[in-house]
Design a protein around this ligand. Structure first.
Ligand SMILES: [Zn+2]
Length: 302
């Protein structure tokens, strides 16, 4: 539908999605994804649960994506919601340095505010300092309640901690926040929700009005009602509504690569010469198959 356009979804929680989703995403042109660390619905009670989750984001999930020809990256951080469990939050912060240097970790994220509590503020700031120290990108989750004030505050705090706005992706924008985010030099990401909030029809109008510079489209698909094909569907709709192909490429591919590729870990060569899929591979003796014939592309047979 988008004439073989390559797509990057820089915000999708694949841990919560199925192999059917991976298959459909690959078929729709998704070549690379970024999975931010976030909360899982059920609050975690032990630091070990975070450790296993982070390990999965740098281990099992990249393997699973590779089995469908998709390159998987992630962001590591303590999410705002669970920052409110301070005893646990302290331990999670201590864990972060063990993961941020892994080869598929492209940013600290997703961090920021949920209810804008003092604890959220404290751990947001600590992680901004970590990002600054390591010269890493930051992926900011803005609150769904009190969106505008929370977005402005997130940016103020990033600046206060000396971050370059060009190294900060502010996510979950809408028509009320986009102008401020772009004017301040931050990167504005938009999560496309299937039925509510920011739908893809509205996204087309945002790109028509604000252009494609520093604007990124993502799905944020997770365990809730969401659509892992939101980015390719929005790309297709943009083309249909007369948005220039160059602008669609920027918002649905290139801008995400330019931003998250800054530390050199995310590279186009990872999917331009992919070498095909080899489902005969195992991860810790496990495969994604259940008795099916593994797909092994010709490039993989040596
Ligand atoms: Zn998310």
């Amino acid at each position: 539908m988008t004439d073989k356009m390559m797509i990057i979804d820089p915000h999708v929680h694949m841990t919560s999605r199925t192999t059917d989703d991976y298959q459909a995403m690959a078929a729709a042109g998704v070549v690379a994804i970024i999975e931010p660390s976030f909360w899982l619905g059920q609050p975690r009670t032990r630091v070990g649960s975070f450790q296993d989750y982070f390990s999965s984001l740098v281990g099992w999930e990249p393997f699973r994506a590779s089995q469908f020809g998709i390159k998987h990256y992630c962001t590591i951080g303590l999410n705002s919601k669970e920052a409110n469990n301070e005893a646990l939050a302290e331990q999670v912060i201590d864990l972060l340095p063990l993961y941020v240097h892994k080869e598929n970790v492209v940013a600290i994220g997703e961090i920021g505010y949920d209810d804008q509590t003092p604890a959220e503020d404290k751990y947001f700031r600590m992680q901004l300092d970590l990002a600054k120290e390591l010269d890493m990108m930051v992926q900011v989750h803005t609150p769904h309640r009190d969106k505008k004030a929370g977005t402005l505050r997130s940016m103020d705090v990033c600046l206060e901690h000396g971050l370059d706005p060009a190294n900060v992706v502010i996510d979950h924008n809408n028509e009320e926040t986009v102008r401020d985010v772009l004017d301040r030099g931050f990167i504005a990401a938009f999560t496309i929700y299937p039925k509510t909030k920011m739908g893809n029809e509205r996204m087309v109008e945002v790109v028509r009005q604000y252009g494609s510079t520093n604007i990124i489209v993502d799905s944020s698909a997770d365990w809730g009602v969401s659509d892992p094909l939101a980015v390719p569907k929005t790309a297709a709709l943009m083309l249909k509504r007369g948005i220039d192909r160059a602008d669609v490429v920027k918002t649905c591919y290139q801008n995400a690569l330019d931003a998250f590729g800054k530390n050199g870990k995310m590279k186009e060569e990872h999917w331009l010469k992919p070498g095909g899929v080899n489902q005969a591979q195992l991860y810790n003796d496990n495969s994604v198959l259940r008795g099916q014939e593994p797909r092994v592309d010709a490039d993989q047979i040596v």
